[in-house]
Design a protein around this ligand. Structure first.
Ligand code: ATP
Length: 203
């Protein structure tokens, strides 16, 4: 089994996440891809972060009818910050030794990887897969001092050519807060959910 794991704030999920997920799943012939919302992203503030129930609900709406994608509330259900290595190890335990694990990130997250908790152990525990993101060329330079040459090679091998979708959750929150349309940036059901629940309005 080839299993993709895609963690993030998903505040909210948008077409950038979904198109990257689809492209990675196809290129790597994944059997399943789990989208895993973080409870408290370790590197970010909790300001303007929608409640976990809302982010989970939007994820579920976004992947409705897509059998390849599954939503995991593993990190949401845990107390404390979500460290990727702990999530990867837990999925490894649950899925067994026959599961090959791929952790998906966008190119903007690649240089940050050096600062992730137990980053070296993480790079050995799964294959990090980097999807393209406009404005962020995958940059390995900052990683060379932190990782071994073999680990840098593994990270390099995980850089994929995927569609470049210039959409971010912060842009969607900004537009929503200003009363601008977010149609086509998120699935229709997610846009309706944001409107119905009054998410991302100015405080
Ligand atoms: P924000 O704008 O609030 O920082 P975001 O749009 O970057 O949010 P996150 O949920 O924080 O979304 O991102 C989760 C993961 O998805 C990260 O690894 C990020 O690099 C990746 N990602 C987000 N948007 C895109 C995109 N448009 N293309 C490729 N990867 C993306």
């Amino acid at each position: 089994m080839r299993i993709g794991l895609f963690g993030g704030s998903f505040n909210p999920i948008h077409v950038g996440h979904l198109i990257a997920s689809r492209a990675v799943a196809e290129q790597l012939c994944l059997d399943r891809l789990y989208l895993i919302p973080a409870s408290v992203p370790p590197h970010r503030t909790a300001k303007s972060l929608a409640a976990p129930e809302h982010r989970l609900a939007m994820l579920r709406l976004a992947v409705q009818g897509e059998p390849l994608f599954e939503i995991s509330d593993f990190e949401i259900g845990r107390a404390g910050p979500s460290y990727t290595i702990l999530t990867v190890e837990e999925f490894g335990r649950r899925l067994g030794a026959q599961a090959e694990l791929f952790w998906l990130i966008g190119a903007d997250s690649l240089p940050e990887l050096a600062h992730w908790y137990e980053a070296q152990r993480l790079v050995d525990a799964c294959q990090i897969v980097t999807a393209a993101r406009p404005g962020h060329e995958p940059d390995l330079a900052q990683l060379r001092s932190r990782f071994s040459p073999e680990q840098v090679e593994r990270l390099k091998a995980g850089i994929l050519q995927t569609p470049r979708i210039d959409v971010s959750a912060s842009e969607i929150r900004r537009r929503s807060g200003e009363g601008l349309s977010i149609r086509y940036l998120v699935p229709d059901a997610v846009a309706d959910y944001i409107t119905t629940h009054g998410l991302y309005k100015p405080q």
